[in-house]
Design a protein around this ligand. Structure first.
Ligand SMILES: Cc1cc2nc3c(=O)[nH]c(=O)nc-3n(C[C@H](O)[C@H](O)[C@H](O)COP(=O)(O)OP(=O)(O)OC[C@H]3O[C@@H](n4cnc5c(N)ncnc54)[C@H](O)[C@@H]3O)c2cc1C
Length: 474
């Protein structure tokens, strides 16, 4: 790619910032990544990314894109101890109460903790000529010529007596995550505040590393999604260091997963399939239980602004943050880096408008998937089109319990390999419709569950029942 500028600055060295830096390194002589945290020891979580202590699954599309951006990275991760799995066949998903039939979707899943993955990506960038990290430094504002052009960032070292410095740049990329203050700084420059789409969800997470007995669990990922009548979920992921990371999640206060060891286990008992809970119960706990809250899906609509300053882009969670339960964030950040590369190849003219428009198109499918699923869980049910879509998806998931083709298509869509429109192609609709006909023809028996209930095992063994006070501390 031809060089289009001298210096680009990335604000924030999380996954989105690192991937943005990768794209920028082809188009600028120098790229500086400014990060509040110092460099952590290999594989250790950082303060600036508290979510890094919770389960992070890279979706199949993200896996592909990451390996395109960093050829050979997958093999390096595996050599370093990451777990490799065949997605679709070694992953078990229960969605809307429906255990999906395993289906080959191709490729390989490389599983690791978030700090481990981020560490490898950071090291790859560090070894790239022209890329520099300024760590232990807060970004405190933008340099700008009125509202016309951002010309750099103002930073201050996190040391006693640290003084503010200016970091001039041809292009500044905000990747400071969901809590970034760019929209406030832009307003101070006289730029109209971008509209934001927000869906309140109130998801809470608790996580802990475990060491499972050998062969206790053959699946390398098991994930049980929350459902409207039981808004709790769990996921367990095999990661580096012969460990598993277990994350429990629940919507709203009464379903918040506890952080006490007993409460955590009781919640897992009431949420995990029985064989998975048996493995969890037999495991050695490693380290403390950590909690995280995620208030809402939040998307800032910069593409709709009539005016946006030249020299500035916003990426990653700072642009759009999704309910983590759908594991989309890192994959979307990787897709945005690819979009950025494409935009840079066409030069610097009109870059923000071109980038935000292209990013909005890419964000639409995962945003709609996450928001419609979250609306099904929330007390606000959303517009009629969403309710119809959700009713169809529920039936599709039921079909996917038995039908490999439907399961494969569903997994490809939620893995962001295929667009959601594939769920309504005629061959899939016909298979889903047959489930509807079968359901209509089935005799109605009193008390027959709509979906397989994951709870009886917990109740049968005397473990915490779904609404047991032990599992739902207020
Ligand atoms: C509980 C949880 C689980 C998740 N699970 C998954 C998953 O399974 N799969 C998935 O793909 N995604 C998951 N995500 C989402 C994922 O973490 C993010 O979408 C992804 O990391 C992209 O984030 P980001 O780089 O934009 O922001 P962040 O990861 O938040 O990084 C922002 C960076 O900016 C730095 N920073 C912030 N402010 C400043 C400042 N003023 N000065 C200097 N530096 C600053 C921070 O220190 C941080 O390093 C999960 C999120 C949560 C909350």
């Amino acid at each position: 790619m031809r060089r289009i500028g001298e210096h680009a600055v990335v604000l924030g060295g999380g996954m989105a910032g690192l991937l943005a830096a990768r794209a920028l390194a082809d188009a600028y002589e120098r790229v500086t990544v400014v990060e509040r945290d110092g460099s952590p020891p290999a594989g250790q979580a950082r303060k600036g990314v508290p979510q890094g202590r919770h389960l992070h699954l890279l979706l199949p599309r993200g896996q592909r894109v990451l390996e395109e951006l960093f050829p050979g990275l997958g093999d390096e991760l595996i050599a370093g101890g990451a777990v490799v799995a065949e997605p679709g066949l070694e992953h078990r998903f229960v969605v809307g109460g429906h255990p999906l039939r395993k289906a080959p979707i191709g490729g390989r899943a490389i599983q690791a903790s978030r700090p481990f993955l981020e560490g490898y990506v950071r090291e790859r960038l560090r070894s790239r000529p022209g890329v520099r990290f300024v760590e232990g430094c807060d970004v405190v504002g933008l340099m700008a010529i009125g509202s016309e052009r951002v010309t750099g960032a103002r930073i201050i070292g996190r040391v006693k007596g640290g003084v503010e410095e200016e970091l001039p740049a041809d292009l500044v990329v905000d990747a400071m995550g969901r809590g970034g203050r760019t929209s406030v700084w832009l307003e101070a420059l006289g730029v109209e505040r971008a509209a934001a789409d927000e869906v309140q969800i109130g998801m809470a997470y608790s996580s802990r590393y475990l060491r499972l007995p050998p062969d206790a669990l053959s699946d390398k990922v098991v994930a049980v999604g929350p459902r409207p009548d039981w808004p709790r979920g769990m996921a367990i992921l095999a990661v580096e260091g012969d460990r598993h990371l277990l994350t429990l999640a629940g919507v709203r206060h009464r379903n918040r997963p506890p952080t006490s060891p007993e409460g955590f286990l009781a919640y897992a008992a009431a949420t995990a399939p029985p064989d998975v809970f048996a493995a969890i119960q037999a495991a050695e706990p490693l380290g403390e239980i950590v909690a995280h809250r995620y208030p809402s899906d939040l998307r800032r609509r910069y593409e709709r602004l009539r005016h946006f300053p030249a020299g500035l882009l916003v990426m990653g969670d700072a642009l759009c943050s999704f309910d983590p339960i759908y594991a989309q964030g890192m994959t979307v950040a990787a897709l945005e880096a690819v979009i950025l590369s494409g935009c840079l190849a066409a030069g610097a003219d009109d870059l923000p408008r071109r980038f935000f428009r292209a990013a909005a198109k890419t964000l639409n499918p995962p945003w709609r998937l996450a928001v419609s699923a979250d609306l099904a869980l929330s007390e606000t049910k959303g517009p009629r089109t969403t309710r119809l879509f959700n009713a169809y998806v529920d039936r599709l998931q039921e079909t996917a319990e038995r039908d490999t083709a439907v399961s494969e298509q569903f997994l490809r869509v939620v893995g962001l390999l295929d667009p959601p429109s594939r769920l309504v192609r005629p061959s899939i609709v016909a298979r889903v419709a047959r489930t509807g006909l079968r359901r209509a023809a089935a005799p109605v028996t009193e008390g027959a569950g709509r979906t397989p209930d994951l709870r009886p095992a917990g109740q049968a063994t005397g473990r915490a029942a779904p609404n047991d006070a032990r599992a739902t501390p207020e």
